[in-house]
Design a protein around this ligand. Structure first.
Ligand code: TRP
Length: 336
């Protein structure tokens, strides 16, 4: 039986954090190791430029950072193809073809795009660029260039997958059944909140723990996490439901220990400092193998480049095959 194709990726705009880890990376590694899928992961540099067109250095630098993050969490280049989006021209070509199959009003209604535009007023002013508004079209091209059936992503990406499905249906309707409709695969874990209690963990919010953070950085960040504001003295009775330290204990601490943490907190028997120290230790422990692998790849940049070049070459072959089918369906195969 043919293995199901997975297509997924991230914008290289910064190092990846534990929100990415629980939101999608863990799931991708699990799916890779199950041996049931043929997985492609793209580093979406073209998409990153849609809201960083004025900062090409940042995008360039983070292509390698994100590649190292992938390798560090256990993405294995002998099982999974990691490639660079801008090096697959077929994706850009498909984006142009798909742009006829989607209306401006539909793009403006996409909830993810809508939220992002509102957050990027400073960059876009009163009028958003054609490129940013259209990035869901380019993302649909990313997925379908590789005939991706499954897309393991965080829940904020669902509207983009839905938009891709609509484009696929429209294409197949007009030009014939060529493209595959993808499905989003969400992790069981919900989106991870920031250290400050914000619903989202993110670089711009300054509330993230990165996979690349040192032991000292992790400890410092955990010490600054928001706890129950009504708890001033150690023997005040605490409420773990409104404490970010308890929230992260749920992710990094064994079930039995979480129970003890919460009971002692509620009874005023556990100080926040001790509780934070225990959490920091657990996070450091869980991320240790990731940090060690990262150190290895940081010391061997030529290996990272080789992995990206080989992955991109492999991806290009698949992209060419898809493009052939698409052009034939669209009657653009003039001299075949
Ligand atoms: N939109 C994703 C992000 O913000 C990155 C991405 C680009 C992607 N193309 C994709 C994800 C295709 C899944 C499938 O990080």
């Amino acid at each position: 039986m043919e293995k199901k194709r997975i297509l997924t990726g991230d914008r290289p705009t910064g190092k990846l954090h534990i929100g990415h880890y629980f939101g999608s990376l863990k799931k991708r590694v699990e799916m890779q190791n199950s041996g049931e899928y043929d997985m492609y992961i793209l580093i979406a540099d073209v998409q990153a430029l849609t809201d960083n067109f004025n900062n090409p250095d940042k995008v360039r630098k983070n292509v390698r950072e994100v590649a190292i993050d992938y390798l560090s969490v256990g993405i294995d280049p002998s099982k999974t193809t990691i490639y660079v989006q801008s090096m697959i021209p077929e994706t850009a070509e498909l984006t142009v073809f798909y742009s006829n199959l989607v209306t401006i009003a539909r793009l403006q209604r996409n909830p993810t795009v809508k939220t992002e535009i509102a957050q990027k007023k400073e960059l876009f002013g009163e009028s958003v660029t054609y490129g940013f508004l259209g990035y869901p079209v380019s993302q649909a091209a990313d997925i379908t260039t590789f005939e991706g059936e499954l897309v393991p992503v965080g829940e904020d990406q669902e509207p983009l997958i839905e938009q891709c499905r609509e484009i696929v249906r429209k294409f197949n309707n007009i030009y014939g059944e060529v493209l595959i409709e993808p499905k989003a695969v969400l992790s069981e874990g919900k989106r991870i909140k920031g250290l400050d209690g914000n619903d989202k963990m993110g670089k711009s919010l300054g509330n993230a723990i990165y996979l690349s953070d040192s032991e000292e950085e992790i400890t410092k960040k955990v010490m600054s996490a928001v706890t129950d504001p009504n708890r001033i003295k150690k023997d005040d009775l605490g409420n773990p439901d409104i404490c970010m330290v308890a929230y992260y204990h749920n992710l990094f601490t064994t079930k039995e220990d979480v129970k003890i943490v919460c009971e002692e907190c509620k009874a005023g028997k556990r100080g926040c400092v001790a509780c934070k120290k225990q959490l920091a230790k657990n996070i450091i422990e869980e991320l240790k193998p990731i940090r060690e692998k990262r150190a290895y790849y940081e010391a061997h940049p030529e290996e990272v480049d080789k992995i990206l070049i080989e992955g991109t070459n492999r991806a290009r072959e698949v992209a060419k095959q898809t493009m052939k089918k698409v052009k034939k369906a669209m009657k653009l195969d003039y001299f075949e």
